[in-house]
Ligand binder design. Structure first.
Ligand code: AMP
Ligand code: GLY
Length: 433
């Protein structure tokens, strides 16, 4: 099978890495790609938002499958253009991608499908905003209605900050605050059959201890030792399948990757958001654990054959990824700085730890930073403690001037899992005082 992946982030590097390890894949192309992806796939220049250009490239390369990674091309209808050219595409249509592209649309689909989510108001005027902020009270949650790469959401106790964010956006969704841990659950779907993957947890805030602004994601881990083992089945039944069924019912079936961002609240699971594509950085840890060769899974979703696919097989290992970001991310990042230490990771830490590239490019002999999130350093291990030790050991070998990373990715979960393992299973008699 010949495959073309569209995109240039660490998610696309993770997809390309898995596809390059799949014996069914005879040729692997990526456009536009980055310096790391160039090591596993042949790169091509393309405007990823231009459906005609992407389908012309796919036709010229004679690929069997195009995998569209990021949301912007999906929302622009790139998967539709590829399908119109007679080539299988993994990724939803423009219409179905509105599930991510418009938060108001997503809320409407959830209401029709009976999917549990935060109560919300769509607001387009200062008066509507004021009424919604008063109705829910603090903490305030104000979301830009359009695509904002995970950065359009403001969660704040300060009503003035909430109001200012609403004023700066054309239309916002204001919603009740959801308390509780967050889980990202992905499902591959062909518009009818829903195949959930393993859950992961993302770290959205820029700084340790969940401080600082929201980002696209600073790290992730999987599995979630603290989560209810029934979670995946429950969410498939209460969230993923009803959403896929509702979009099919509306005549805009969703095929590709449905990403449910969930809050596990005291009143049950609630959807925080949907995305119409693999999440970044969660994909890096989920694919690190997937043992089923990836190409056939993506192809079955693209061709409507998921019901016939064998059950997915998963590694028992844990995976952790730590994002190395540029100076000033998520503000305007500093770029063009050389990255060193990548060879040492390859020489000393592989195969358990490896570097997936996000914003990088090759300039002569040097790999230089070219975006906000630069690298996603990923590792596997027998448990989260081993996986995170390996990931951080690799991070320590890498040098990028002014870069930042969180030091607490998966720390709490690893500690809790370790404590559960060493805890006595039978209550011990109290020591005599
Ligand atoms: P979103 O882009 O909708 O995923 O929001 C980004 C982040 O903002 C989420 O991952 C949460 O951490 C936070 N967030 C969004 N909606 C809510 C909510 N209703 N209650 C609490 N936190 C939220
Ligand atoms: N990890 C968050 C996202 O991909 O939107």
């Amino acid at each position: 099978m010949k495959v073309l992946v569209i995109g240039s982030g660490a998610r696309e590097h993770a997809l390309c890495r898995s596809l390059s390890l799949d014996p069914d894949v005879t040729a692997l192309h990526c456009a536009p790609g980055n310096a790391g992806i160039a090591e596993v796939a042949e790169l091509h220049q393309v405007d990823a938002l231009d459906g005609a250009a992407v389908s012309a490239l796919a036709t010229r390369l004679g690929v069997d499958l195009v995998v569209v990674g990021p949301e912007a091309p999906l929302v622009a209808g790139v998967a539709d253009a590829v399908r119109e050219a007679g080539i299988a595409a993994f990724g939803p249509s423009k219409e179905a991608a509105r599930l991510e592209g418009s938060k108001a649309f997503a809320k409407d689909v959830m209401a029709s499908a009976g999917v549990p989510t935060a109560r919300s108001y769509v607001c387009a005027t200062p008066a509507e905003t004021a009424a919604a902020l008063t109705a829910f009270g603090a903490p305030h949650v104000v979301k830009d209605d359009g695509l904002a790469a995970g950065k359009g959401v403001v969660v704040t106790d300060d009503v003035e900050v909430a109001r200012a964010h609403a004023d700066a956006c054309k239309q916002v969704v204001i919603e009740e605050y959801l308390d509780g841990p967050e889980v990202s659950l992905f499902a591959v779907t062909d518009g009818e059959t829903v195949l959930p993957l393993q859950p992961a947890q993302d770290f959205k805030r820029a700084l340790d201890g969940d401080a600082g602004p929201n980002t696209g994601g600073m790290g992730a881990y999987s599995p979630l030792p603290w989560a209810d083992p029934k979670l995946v089945d429950e969410v498939t039944q209460s969230v993923l399948q009803p959403t896929v069924d509702e979009l099919r019912r509306r005549g805009t079936p969703f095929s590709g990757l449905l990403y449910a961002g969930l809050a596990i609240t005291s009143r049950g699971v609630r959807v925080i958001e949907f995305n119409a594509r693999f999440g970044d950085p969660e994909t890096q840890v989920v694919l690190a654990r997937l043992k089923t060769p990836l190409a056939r899974v993506l192809m079955a979703a693209a061709t409507g054959d998921l019901a016939d696919l064998e059950p997915l097989r998963w590694s028992d290992e844990a995976a952790v990824t730590v994002v190395v970001a540029s100076h000033n991310y998520p503000g305007t990042p500093r770029t063009g700085d050389p990255i060193t230490g990548l060879d040492e990771v390859a020489a000393q830490d592989a195969p358990h730890a490896y570097v997936l590239h996000a914003g990088t490019k090759q300039v002569g002999d040097e790999t230089v930073s070219a975006g906000g999130r630069v690298l996603s350093v990923t590792a596997t291990g027998a448990d989260l403690t081993e996986a995170r030790d390996r990931a951080y050991r690799a991070v320590a070998r890498i040098h990028l001037a002014g870069s930042q990373h969180r030091t607490d990715i998966a720390a709490e979960a690893a500690k809790a899992a370790g404590a559960a393992e060493t805890a006595p299973t039978v209550p011990q008699p109290a020591e005599d005082a």
